[in-house]
Design a protein around this ligand. Structure first.
Ligand code: FES
Length: 158
């Protein structure tokens, strides 16, 4: 059985107040985000619990959850790196930098370091095209990347 943390419960209370009872399904993405942050993934128990609270079937919750790349079915690292590989970033060399990042972390793209510190995923456009190549690490955007800048960023994270 899945349990939200006390902090998450307080946030849920505030989130649900934003929506009328008949529209509480609109809280689905915020609740999935809370689970992703708490557990670093969203498992079937959590989907059932969200469905119970929002009067949604687990299948519906799962269908929404699996659509968005920011939710993961398997635990991700403390730092989830989403590396944009869309057109603007690609024209500015993201492929080389993504490969550099994977090599530095010694993982495959899509993988997680053994110490569960970093996960590295390809991502579609993150709407920071003028700053490409770019990556998002958890909630922070890093733009105009170079190999040296990536090294510096990754080395600075505890
Ligand atoms: S193409 Fe990379 S942020 Fe838009």
């Amino acid at each position: 059985m899945f349990a939200f943390s006390k902090e998450a419960e307080e946030k849920i209370e505030k989130i649900l107040k934003k929506y009328p009872e008949e529209r509480k399904r609109s809280a689905l993405l915020p609740l999935l985000t809370l689970v992703q942050r708490q557990e670093r993934h969203v498992n079937p128990d959590a989907m059932r619990e969200i469905g119970r609270r929002l009067d949604l079937s687990p299948a519906y919750v799962q269908s929404v959850c699996s659509f968005y790349t920011m939710y993961s079915s398997k635990p991700v690292g403390k730092y989830l790196i989403l590396f944009c590989v869309n057109i603007s970033c690609q024209l500015n060399g993201c492929d080389v930098l993504l490969a550099h990042t994977a090599k530095k972390l010694n993982i495959e793209i899509g993988g997680t370091t053994n110490d569960m510190k970093f996960s590295l995923h390809r991502e579609e456009c993150l709407a920071a095209c003028s700053g490409g190549p770019m990556m998002r690490i958890n909630d922070t955007f890093y733009e105009n990347l170079t190999a040296a800048k990536i090294d510096q960023i990754l080395d600075s994270l505890d």
